[in-house]
Design a protein around this ligand. Structure first.
Ligand code: PLP
Length: 372
């Protein structure tokens, strides 16, 4: 099978430079005989926390498990309501369901496709315990406004930053921030991994307990936790890559800004806002909206350019969430699901590859005028 001329991501090219350094680390890790948690995991936690500007990070088995741990730490349990977005990956709502709580979906803003704070405020009930905000496609949700709502109603604020590693931390906001190290993410492991960032040693201690079956010490299980541990090998790999994260994000941003400039004002397209000049956006994905999304995707595919739809079915229409609290009309999420298209974006993308994508998108829009 031929690789796409422009793939969505190129993990082989991305990871190749680290193979040698990692092989040496792997030998060391094998020699210690510690394959789960251990010194590489602890060192990675410190290095990651410092890289993303949090006092503590606790490494876990995936981004999904990071959300489960954060919800448990926030005391969200059976029958509690958690307000969240319907326009995200299923894991966001799945984590809420896994702790026995009920996702309450409210609509997103058309500009950035993130939670609309006014809709959040209107959805608070006496059963609400938390707001789970997603920084979709690397754009920061309105965390300052959401924090004010959470403080007013004594709710926990949890940030699903699975798509936003390296996004700025908002001063004074009281939250827990969850990350994913799935291989295709900007800081990708060799398998699954995640982390929860928190403010205090007490929170970090509780998270460390949650990831080992709720045990505070060996043989003593205080609460319902799980096996949410990160493998030493993943931590060793992530430690090799972490020093390059800032560079990856810069290169991604350069590509995203070139797309923004080339696609501004094209008929039938609209770009998400803020654009990639803004510090409130990290270029983890390049997603735009098209009034003929399927036509554009097909046009790119004919030119051997990969593109993907994240997400074509909002969560309030997924069977997974059939038992969720009834949500009113969510027209922005539904319109987004019909219009979004994610284009190739990875640090190693060449200017030729980027040029191919730009030419193909421009040709499509110019040949298909506004009446679509
Ligand atoms: C918004 C969002 N939340 C949660 C997750 C789950 O992360 P993981 O795959 O590491 O479990 C993802 C993964 O793609 C995601 O995009």
């Amino acid at each position: 099978m031929n690789a796409a001329r422009v793939p969505l991501v190129d993990l082989a090219a991305h990871n190749a430079p680290f193979t040698e350094a990692f092989t040496a680390r792997l030998r060391d890790a094998c020699a210690t005989g510690q394959f789960v948690l251990g010194p590489d995991v602890s060192a990675f936690e410190e290095e990651f926390a410092s890289a993303v500007g949090w006092p503590y990070a606790v490494a876990v088995s995936s981004g999904t498990d990071a959300l489960v741990c954060a919800l448990r730490l926030a005391g969200v349990g059976r029958d509690a309501e958690v307000i969240t977005t319907p326009f995200t990956f299923a894991a966001t709502a799945e984590a809420i369901l896994r702790v026995g709580a009920v996702p309450v979906f409210v609509d997103v803003r058309p500009t950035d496709l993130n939670l609309d704070p006014e809709a959040v405020s209107d959805a608070v009930t006496p059963r609400t315990r938390a707001v789970l905000a997603v920084h979709l496609f690397g754009r920061c949700a309105a965390v300052v406004k959401l924090d004010a709502i959470c403080r007013k109603h004594d709710l926990a604020l949890i940030e699903d930053a699975a798509q936003a590693v390296g996004a700025p931390r908002h001063e004074g906001v009281r939250s827990l921030q969850c990350h994913s190290f799935f291989p295709a993410k900007p800081l990708g492991a060799l398998g699954d991994g995640g982390a929860v960032c928190c403010e205090t040693e007490a929170q970090a201690k509780e998270l460390r307990s949650l990831r080992v079956h709720g045990a505070q010490r060996r043989g003593w299980h205080e609460r319902l936790g799980g096996n949410f541990r990160l493998d030493a090998i993943q931590a060793a790999w992530l430690r090799v890559k972490l020093p390059h994260l800032a560079d990856y994000l810069t290169r991604r941003r350069e590509h995203a800004r070139a797309y923004d400039a080339a696609f501004a004002d094209l008929p039938g397209l609209s770009l998400l806002s803020p654009g990639y000049g803004s510090p409130d956006a990290v270029a983890s994905y390049y997603t735009l909206r098209s009034t003929d999304r399927d036509g554009l995707k097909e046009h790119l595919s004919r030119r051997d350019i990969a593109a993907a739809v994240y997400y074509d079915t909002p969560l309030h229409h997924q069977p997974l969430c059939a038992g969720a609290a009834p949500s009113g009309a969510l027209p922005e999420a539904e319109r987004a699901a019909e219009e979004v298209l994610t284009l190739p974006l990875f640090p190693e993308m060449t200017s030729d590859q980027r040029g191919c994508v730009i030419d193909a998108v421009r040709t499509f829009c110019e040949q298909h005028p506004l009446d679509r």
